[in-house]
Design a protein around this ligand. Structure first.
Ligand code: WTA
Length: 636
């Protein structure tokens, strides 16, 4: 039990009311349970117009002291990270809190020896191995700002991010394993760095023994650098004292326009919010084995594999591989093997595993499970019931957690077994979170049984503070649509009982297999192909991925071989963004439905992509309505 753990519905309502009436008092009471070098002067100052948000101003701390040092005395021998390798026959690893602290200090000293200082940006591009978590924590230990780039992004995406963050240091692996594939990572970094001459040092962890080229003067091996620290007698590495509002990390995410933006989170508020939500939503109790299947390349991994669980002294299970290899029983095998108590995964994984039937599930004993969670996209009722019946055996509450990279932690979710769950509903806000629904004009929709755009009217400690290097972009993206509100970009319904149900993005952001992809980004990538004049990308419903990408493409001349051209375009997108952004369908068209002012009417394209040809709606605003007929009939 944690002192701030909510254990009944009545208590939830009471705590929630308090958190609204006196947000500062509420969060200050929680924050007091953490380890601070110096207490804060002011709990909160905020202004959504500029925007400027500060939590625990003047407070000094280091997040790694909260995630590691403070647990050593009582639970130094508790496993902090249990690691299951991709290959089920390879050795597993268990790292206790004591060992993790030692390794983090050691690697933090490696960073220092290599010139990394407080405030420097360090880009991390690795597979799901414990060294990835160690790298994050080592950065945080010395006050360097980490920016993790998901292993599925291309060289070009990496160099864009490195340039944007002006990252002079990179940590990577020779390669990583995913299912039956061995993915070389270092060569991708090498390609990315052609455009980033400012990178001073690349630290390479050897995991797959894939041959790689090491550039003299720039690239060093992780293990050799560790040996140097050992030769120095493993000096201690006291944690750098950080201001609560100093940057902890940057994480790039897609928006509705242009390039991905670097969402910035800071040390104090983020830590408290990740911890509070972890403990309360999952109802974690010391000793529980907790398994989040996300990748640390995304926010879910940051908040709920690393910082949330470790700050709570929890045991976090980390898995290198994929749920369908060597077969579709892998996740259930892991649950059985480690007697997992809490499982947190994505609807897309569930939908994919459902298709293999329950026989693969029934081979394993899932009796240890107590709580199930989902994240990343709306969960359809069918998947919810499958999860409930076949995995939870109807005795495990399912938490449907709605949140975003920008929110740092869970915002709307039931608390496992404490507040009610309702299939496909994220249900009620976390204490301290004040959601509002607004209409197109920004007028608040009060009462129940309403649908609108989801906004927040009050700050919470885990919220983004800025977008790196471009504060105006942060203002425009999140704080300018509606006056004095943070706009999430999601549509939402509040039902007759006051429960929230997220209905999906209302902007041009798609959610493919739980990964955020901006349509503008994909269009820019497609347009880089020499034969392409223009393109428009929309989403369409997909049984497993939730949403998939449909691209309408105008070519400079009729493609000689349409199939080959489709592959070429997909390849272009892969090399510009990464394989996760490859369109599922590409239709060649002679024109796009545009208004007289030249704006593409995506509403029409969405209908066509969804196959709703009869329901296109009003086309009178179009410059050339005939274009729609051609697209519908596939005429080029
Ligand atoms: C969507 C992932 C419905 C939503 C943590 C949001 C969800 C976007 C849910 C953020 C959920 C996330 N139900 N939709 N439980 N969780 N989303 O930044 O559209 O990768 O805006 O953060 O995912 O995606 P992101």
């Amino acid at each position: 039990m944690y002192p701030y753990q909510i254990t009944s519905l009545a208590q939830y309502h009471e705590v929630y009311q308090k958190s609204i009436k006196d947000p500062e008092g509420f969060w200050a009471e929680i924050a007091a349970h953490f380890s601070w070098r110096k207490p804060w002067d002011k709990v909160l100052s905020w202004n959504f117009k500029t925007p400027e948000i500060k939590w625990f101003e003047g407070g000094k701390l280091n997040i790694t002291e909260n995630c590691l040092d403070r647990h050593i005395e009582k639970s130094g021998d508790t496993p902090a990270i249990i690691w299951e390798p991709n290959n089920p026959d390879s050795p597993t690893r268990t790292i206790t809190y004591r060992e993790l602290l030692f390794k983090v200090k050691q690697f933090a000293n490696v960073l220092k020896n290599n010139g990394v200082k407080k405030g420097d940006r360090v880009c991390i591009y690795m597979g799901m191995i414990p060294e990835l978590a160690i790298a994050l924590l080592a950065c945080a230990r010395i006050g360097a700002i980490h920016s993790v780039i998901f292993g599925g992004f291309s060289a070009r995406s990496i160099s864009d991010r490195l340039q944007d963050a002006n990252g002079e240091y990179v940590i990577t692996c020779d390669g990583s394993y995913r299912g039956n594939k061995e993915i070389a990572l270092k060569p991708i970094i090498d390609d990315a760095l052609v455009n980033c001459p400012f990178v001073k040092r690349v630290i390479v962890f050897s995991h797959t023994n894939t041959p790689v080229s090491m550039h003299k003067g720039r690239d060093v091996w992780w293990n050799e650098e560790i040996e140097k620290v050992e030769e120095q007698g493993n000096p201690d590495c006291p944690a750098e004292e950080m201001d609560a509002e100093d940057m902890l990390f940057i994480l790039y995410t897609s928006g509705s326009t242009g390039k991905p933006k670097g969402v910035v989170h800071t040390c104090g508020g983020y830590m408290i919010f990740a911890n509070y939500t972890f403990v309360n939503v999952f109802q974690y109790n010391p000793g529980d084995v907790y398994f989040c299947t996300a990748d640390i390349g995304w926010i879910t991994g940051h908040s709920y594999i690393v910082y949330g669980p470790l700050s709570a002294g929890a045991t976090s299970l980390m898995f290198e591989g994929i749920p369908t290899w060597p077969d579709a029983g892998r996740m259930w095998e892991i649950v059985d093997k480690y007697k997992v108590n809490i499982l947190y995964t994505a609807p897309t994984a569930l939908r994919s595993l459902m298709s293999y039937g329950v026989e693969v599930v029934e081979k394993y004993d899932l009796g240890s499970l107590k709580v199930l969670g989902t994240v990343g996209e709306p969960i359809n009722e069918e998947a919810w019931h499958w999860y409930n019946e076949n995995i939870g055996k109807k005795r495990c509450p399912i938490v449907d957690t709605w949140w975003q990279t920008e929110t740092g932690g869970m915002m709307i979710s039931n608390l496992a077994g404490v507040t009610p769950s309702k299939p496909s509903f994220a249900t009620l806000p976390i204490p301290g979170v004040q959601p509002v629904l607004v209409d197109e004009k920004g007028a608040e929709l009060e009462g129940n049984n309403v649908s609108g755009n989801l906004c927040m009217k009050f700050p919470w400690p885990g919220m983004l503070r800025t977008t790196y290097g471009d504060h105006e972009r942060c203002r425009l993206n999140y704080f300018s649509t509606y006056d004095n509100l943070y706009f999430t970009g999601d549509g939402c319904l509040r039902d007759e009982e006051g429960y929230y149900r997220i209905t999906g993005r209302v902007d041009d952001v798609l959610n493919v297999s739980g990964h955020r992809i901006g349509t503008a980004e994909v269009e820019n990538a497609i347009n880089m192909h020499t034969g392409v004049v223009e393109s428009a990308v929309v989403g369409f419903p997909h049984d497993i991925k939730g949403q998939a990408l449909y691209a309408f493409v105008i070519c400079s001349e009729h493609p000689r071989d349409e199939q080959l051209m489709r592959k070429d375009i997909a390849e272009t997108v892969s090399s510009v963004i990464g394989a996760i952004a490859r369109p599922d369908k590409i239709q060649f068209v002679s024109g796009l439905p545009k208004t007289r002012s030249g704006k593409i009417m995506r509403r029409i394209l969405r209908k066509i992509a969804e196959g709703e040809m009869a329901n296109i709606g009003d086309t009178t605003a179009l410059l050339d309505p005939a274009v729609v007929e051609d697209i519908k009939t596939g005429k080029l």
